[in-house]
Ligand binder design. Sequence first.
Ligand code: ADP
Ligand code: MG
Length: 314
Amino acid sequence: MLKEFEFIEKIFQKKPSSIFLGIGDDAALFHKNKKEFWVISQDTLNINTHFLSNTDPENLGWKSLAVNISDILSMGGNPKYALLSISVPSANQEWIKKFSTGLFKCAKNYGVELIGGDTTRGSLSISICILGEALQNNVLLRSNAKLNDDIWVTGELGLAALGLKYKKRKFFAPKPLIEKAIKALEKPLPIKVNMKKLAALCNSSIDLSDGLIPDLNHILNKSALGANIFIESLPMPKWIRKNKNYPLVLSGGDDYQLLLTAPKNNHKKIIKFAADNKIKISCIGSMTKTKNIAIIKSDGEPLHYKEKGYDHFA
Ligand code: ADP
Ligand code: MG
């Protein structure tokens, strides 16, 4: 049985046409004008796979768009337009109203306009195609990480995975943390910045949808490099750190934060950008030659870690 990424590579990836970048990154790129690319991507949320049936419809509307915005940001782009394709089992007006309220709140927050889509009957599934703009000079490809780049992540990791574990009744943690975790799972908050400006300081990026290690691995494979990651530097809730619940942070999915790599020379500028824009950003390690990921504990010893992130066909 093929794994998800092998499946895409073997079956869908054909030699490119005239566009600048096709399958294989968070989004495809084609020329808009001399200076800019259009950035285009599509993500689907299916009931019981991407969300549980008891998910609040307003949050689901928000999340459906937020996960798509995240892919545009990870290319160094700003999101602009979206097309919504939704399949619903029945014409439940109350549900659809709440769903659209969440979707439009997210759209307004990130400056996205809904410009089309499709509505059908079937089991609940939401697919959004999103279009954004990026500067050609600053576009952030998975293949462009450089040796010795700092590795950065935005926000906090592991919360969404904790929320999901709790909702599946597999996990218990302090109540305020669980509330925060469920919020992170159901209403992810990709950073809200002028991404073209942050992209100017970085070399490469991916959004964290499958988990830190599997997503970082995509950058490693495409850039033919390795990485050192320091557990101590990973942004995570205190309770997760205290309990050393590292799998939530290393391979828990659904964070929709950005992983970025950037020249060490830009370290201070990135910290200033984050402060000016009121976003949290942490330097978690650096790019190395070794072509694998070394996860390093606070005592300097490596953490032996085998767990993989989410694979739809595993
Ligand atoms: P992400 O997690 O960033 O949304 P995916 O893992 O879903 O990215 O997809 C990886 C790459 O494969 C992307 O470039 C995406 O456009 C492409 N891809 C995924 N599924 C298909 C498909 N059915 N047909 C064509 N391209 C696909
Ligand atoms: Mg992505």
